[in-house]
Design a protein around this ligand. Sequence first.
Ligand SMILES: Nc1ncnc2c1ncn2[C@@H]1O[C@H](COP(=O)(O)OP(=O)(O)O)[C@@H](O)[C@H]1O
Ligand SMILES: [Mg+2]
Length: 377
Amino acid sequence: MTKTNPFKFGSIVSGDYFYNREEDLLRIKQTLSGGNNITLFAPRRYGKSSLVKKALGELEKEEYITVYIDFMSVYSQETFITNYSRAIAHSQKSSLENTVKKIAKYISGIVPSVSFDSSGTPSFSLSWIEGRDKEQTLTDVINLPQKLSSNGKKWIIAFDEFQEVTKLNGDNFEKLLRSCIQHHDDVSYLFFGSKTHLLQDMFNNKNRAFYNAAAVMGIDKIKETESIEYLISRFKSSEISISHQTAKHLLLTVANVPYYIQFIAYEIWQSIMLSHRDKVTLNDIDQAVENILQLKADYYWELTNKQTAYRKKVLYALGQSVTELFSKQTADNYNLGAVSSTQKALEAFIEDGIVERIEGKYEFSDPFYSTFINRNL
Ligand SMILES: Nc1ncnc2c1ncn2[C@@H]1O[C@H](COP(=O)(O)OP(=O)(O)O)[C@@H](O)[C@H]1O
Ligand SMILES: [Mg+2]
């Protein structure tokens, strides 16, 4: 009998793959259904997209119309028009054709087109007509949910990786979006993303369009006890045992980051199955770490060699789990210069996604990269 790996990583997880987050889920649902907007931020790979998708799924069952759009895939105002209007069209329960007709009626600047996939399923797409007033079309598209809500239904709209919105002609687009949505009485918005500092600035800075536009919330790593329980039961579903202590060690190895918990557990499960065993040992964890490091060595070297000599020193200090990065002691021990130089290096790491700043502390985004640095620098 072939068994499927009970662990999953790299994409949005749902169903049995998803665990915990009950309180966050409740809070998100209550805030949105109460008619309020939310900004949700947490470092990448903590499980934001999965959590939000789950919340939307549950709200849909409560008769809300929900729309999800990822701003990673939006790189221009035209792609915003196309992707957003398509996401809105697909959220409608009536036939796609009727919806598209309705949309075309409200927005004169776009043209609907139909294409068929190999199985004959129609798919509609809407694109901006070259030459039409783009700002008017944008305004119309942004106002579409409120227009369509005339049937009394409430809408919930989630903007994933929202900080990327600044790519769309910066300030102007932000201002337009804000000025439109503040009149959307029947729509609640959820803005979220991984670049905490950028999002915080968007919503906390008085000079930005989205200042005070939403209640701010963060999500943490999943509690260790909950993850231990989950690991034990998931391995058990394949008749594999893991002790409480070994599960705890696994979590420590990946600094409790949700993505990496799944990543390493996936590796371990595979090697246990291949060798026809039924128990996870500490050695399995060490072995999995070695495999992963080997797998990623090229990438890690490339990433490291791109760094200046100074940044390498800062990486090295971080890899040694130094917490007082700006102290005189640290500067002496690691041969670092002015605090401002170290600060600049850290900001660059954050910008590149190598490092996260969590509650004032700096942490590698990828715990395996931390191990790599530790061994090789
Ligand atoms: N609640 C959860 N239960 C199980 N795995 C999770 C959970 N949240 C996150 N993960 C793991 O982390 C990975 C990344 O999740 P994702 O929702 O894409 O995070 P983010 O949007 O914060 O980057 C998932 O593929 C999964 O492996
Ligand atoms: Mg995400």
